[in-house]
Design a protein around this ligand. Structure first.
Ligand SMILES: Cc1cc2nc3c(=O)[nH]c(=O)nc-3n(C[C@H](O)[C@H](O)[C@H](O)COP(=O)(O)O)c2cc1C
Length: 224
């Protein structure tokens, strides 16, 4: 592929600050690999960009200039965070470069990757409504086990994720869709389910204690 069709845009859909989100860690890994393959890139944090006219304009310009858009987001209430939905509305009204493509990376807190299914369908509909070619999505469960650190620094647990992202990059740079094998690897549990829930429960209890509500965890204020 010549350099004309080689511009990738990472849209970070997590409302967390730069350096803090799993979405950014996953998306940045892909962008770095694509840069190493000769692609030019840009990264935009959606929440921050929507806070000013300049930011919104830069978001839309970034989208219009890109051959491939990668949206990396956390699952919120079985859907996408509100700023991402807003960005989708803005983008679909104005979109996009001819033959531009959309790939997404979803990550969720629940252990099973399948919780991301509805959000994936929303992204696919967005691509359709915006005239973007849908080239597939990767969905990850157990996002709570990860952090905003660079992916390579997050230990052996992320080996499957790295393999999945590498396969996706190989396909995307060749103009292909995200391969099934990458989707399968990404959806594999990072650690056993019981371990994830045990660690998660411990974390929630510790947070409750820190906020002085440890004894209120069993409260049911709306129960009749
Ligand atoms: C407001 C809110 C809603 C969430 N809803 C879900 C959900 O419906 N299902 C789920 O599995 N995780 C849910 N989560 C957990 C996030 O998807 C999870 O923590 C994710 O790893 C955060 O990614 P990030 O670091 O990129 O923001 C929710 C988190 C928040 C803050």
């Amino acid at each position: 592929m010549n350099s004309e069709g080689n511009r990738v845009l990472l849209l970070v859909g997590s409302p967390k600050a730069p350096g803090k989100s799993v979405s950014e860690a996953l998306g940045s890994y892909v962008i770095e690999k694509m840069e190493a393959r000769g692609w030019s890139s840009e990264s935009i944090f959606i929440r921050a960009s929507l806070q000013s006219d300049e930011g919104r304009a830069a978001l839309l310009e970034g989208v219009k200039a890109s051959d491939l858009i990668i949206l990396s987001f956390p699952l919120y209430v079985d859907s996408l965070p509100a700023p991402v939905i807003r960005a989708m509305e803005l983008i679909s009204a104005l979109c996009c470069k001819k033959n531009a493509r959309l790939a997404v990376i979803a990550n969720s807190g629940f252990p099973e990757a399948q919780h991301n299914k509805v959000a994936m369908s929303i992204c696919q509909r967005f691509a359709h409504a915006s005239g973007l070619e849908w080239v597939g999505g990767l969905a990850l469960g157990m996002g709570g086990a990860l952090s905003g650190q660079r992916l390579e620094e997050q230990g052996g647990m992320v080996g499957k994720i790295i393999k999945a992202l590498d396969l996706a990059v190989d396909a995307l740079v060749n103009g292909e869709s995200v391969p099934d094998e990458a989707i399968r690897l990404m959806a594999k549990p990072l650690i056993p389910g019981w371990m994830y829930t045990t660690i998660g429960n411990f974390g929630w209890r510790r947070e409750a204690k820190r906020h002085g509500v440890r004894k209120k965890l069993g409260d049911r204020p709306y129960q009749r």
